[in-house]
Design a protein around this ligand. Structure first.
Ligand SMILES: NC(=O)c1ccc[n+]([C@@H]2O[C@H](COP(=O)([O-])OP(=O)(O)OC[C@H]3O[C@@H](n4cnc5c(N)ncnc54)[C@H](O)[C@@H]3O)[C@@H](O)[C@H]2O)c1
Length: 263
C-alpha cells in the first residue's frame, strides 16, 4: 500500500479531511498539508469560508456543521476525494460562562462540537481507512485540557475528553492500522482569541510570557499536525503533542522567590 497515512512531504497524493478549516488554525493546517502534497477536503459551517480556502489550495469544499452531521461530512469528503487516508478533527467552539451558571444549552453546544463530533467523525473515517488497512487521525485538544482558566464553561472538560478519547482510540484502533494523536495548541492568534490580541498591550504582555518570545500562528499548529500525520510519526500513537512555545512549562517560574521583585 503506497498511501499509508501519508507523508509529511508527500510524494504520493494522499487524502485528508480538515474540519473547521475555513479560517484560523484549521485553515493553517489545510494550507500546510496542501503544500506537502495532500489532497484536502475543507469543511466549515461557513460554506463561503470553506469554498474560499478550498479554491486557494486546490482542494474540495465540504460545507456543514460537524455538530449536526459528522459522519455525513466525512462520507461526503471521501466521495469527493475518492477515498480518505486521514482526518483532522479541528472544529471547536467556546461558550464562555462561569461554571456555576453555565446553561444546559451551552454545555450541549460545546459537547456536541468539541467532543461528540470528534468521536463520530472518527468512527465514520474508519470505514474509509479500512479500504487501505491504514489511516491517521489528529484531534485538536488544548493546553486548557490540563491548565484550566476562569469562565470557559464546558470547554476545559471537553478538551480533556478529546485527549482521553485520543488515548482510548489509539488502543482500540491500532490493530486496524489506525494511529490516533492530538495536538494541544497554546496561545494561537485566530478569531477565537482576537479580542485579546487586537489589544497591543495585552498582546505584548502575553507574548512576553512565552519562552520562545512570540504568540503562535495557525501554521505553527499545521506543521505539528503534518508531522503526526506523516510516516515520520509512524510509531507515534495515543499522544497529545503540546505546541505552545514552552508556555505551560513556566508555572513554577511565576512563583515569588526570595530576592525577586515584589510586583
Ligand atoms: N486559538 C487558540 O488559541 C486555540 C488554543 C487551543 C486550542 N484551540 C483549538 O483549535 C481549534 C481551532 O481553533 P481556532 O482558534 O482556529 O478557532 P476559530 O474560532 O478561529 O475558527 C474555528 C473555525 O471552525 C468553524 N466552525 C465552528 N463551528 C463549526 C462546526 N460546528 N462545524 C464546522 N465548522 C465549524 C468556524 O466557522 C471557524 O472557521 C479548536 O478546536 C480550538 O478549540 C485553539
Amino acid at each position: 500500500m503506497s498511501t499509508g497515512a501519508g507523508t509529511g512531504r508527500a510524494t504520493a497524493r494522499t487524502k485528508v479531511l480538515v474540519t473547521g478549516a475555513g479560517s484560523g488554525i484549521g485553515e493553517g493546517i489545510a494550507m500546510v498539508l496542501a503544500e506537502r502534497g495532500w489532497q484536502v477536503a475543507v469543511n466549515d459551517i461557513d460554506g463561503d469560508a470553506a469554498a474560499r480556502v478550498a479554491n486557494r489550495l486546490g482542494g474540495v469544499s465540504v460545507p456543514g456543521d460537524v455538530g449536526a452531521d459528522p459522519a455525513g461530512i466525512v462520507n461526503r469528503a471521501a466521495t469527493l476525494l475518492g477515498g480518505l487516508d486521514a482526518l483532522v478533527n479541528n472544529a471547536g467552539i467556546h461558550r464562555r460562562a462561569p461554571l456555576a451558571s453555565v446553561t444546559p444549552e451551552q454545555l450541549d453546544d460545546v459537547y456536541r462540537v468539541n467532543l461528540r463530533a470528534v468521536v463520530l467523525a472518527s468512527q465514520a473515517a474508519l470505514a474509509h481507512f479500512a479500504v487501505h488497512g491504514s489511516g491517521s487521525i489528529v484531534n485538536l485538544s488544548s493546553i486548557a485540557a490540563v491548565t484550566p482558566q476562569m469562565d470557559v464553561g464546558m470547554y476545559t472538560a471537553a478538551k480533556a475528553g478529546v485527549s482521553a478519547f485520543t488515548q482510548q482510540a489509539s488502543v482500540e484502533w491500532g490493530a486496524l492500522g489506525v494511529r490516533v494523536n492530538a495536538v494541544a495548541p497554546g496561545m494561537t492568534r485566530t478569531a477565537m482569541a482576537e479580542a485579546v490580541y487586537a489589544d497591543p498591550v495585552l498582546h505584548e504582555r502575553r507574548r512576553g510570557m512565552v519562552p520562545v518570545g512570540r504568540i503562535g500562528t495557525p501554521r505553527d499548529i499545521g506543521t505539528a499536525v503534518a508531522f503526526l500525520l506523516s510516516t515520520d510519526a509512524s510509531y507515534v500513537s495515543g499522544q497529545t503533542l503540546v505546541v505552545d512555545g514552552g508556555f505551560t512549562q513556566t508555572l513554577i517560574g511565576l512563583l515569588p522567590h526570595p530576592g525577586a521583585a515584589s510586583s
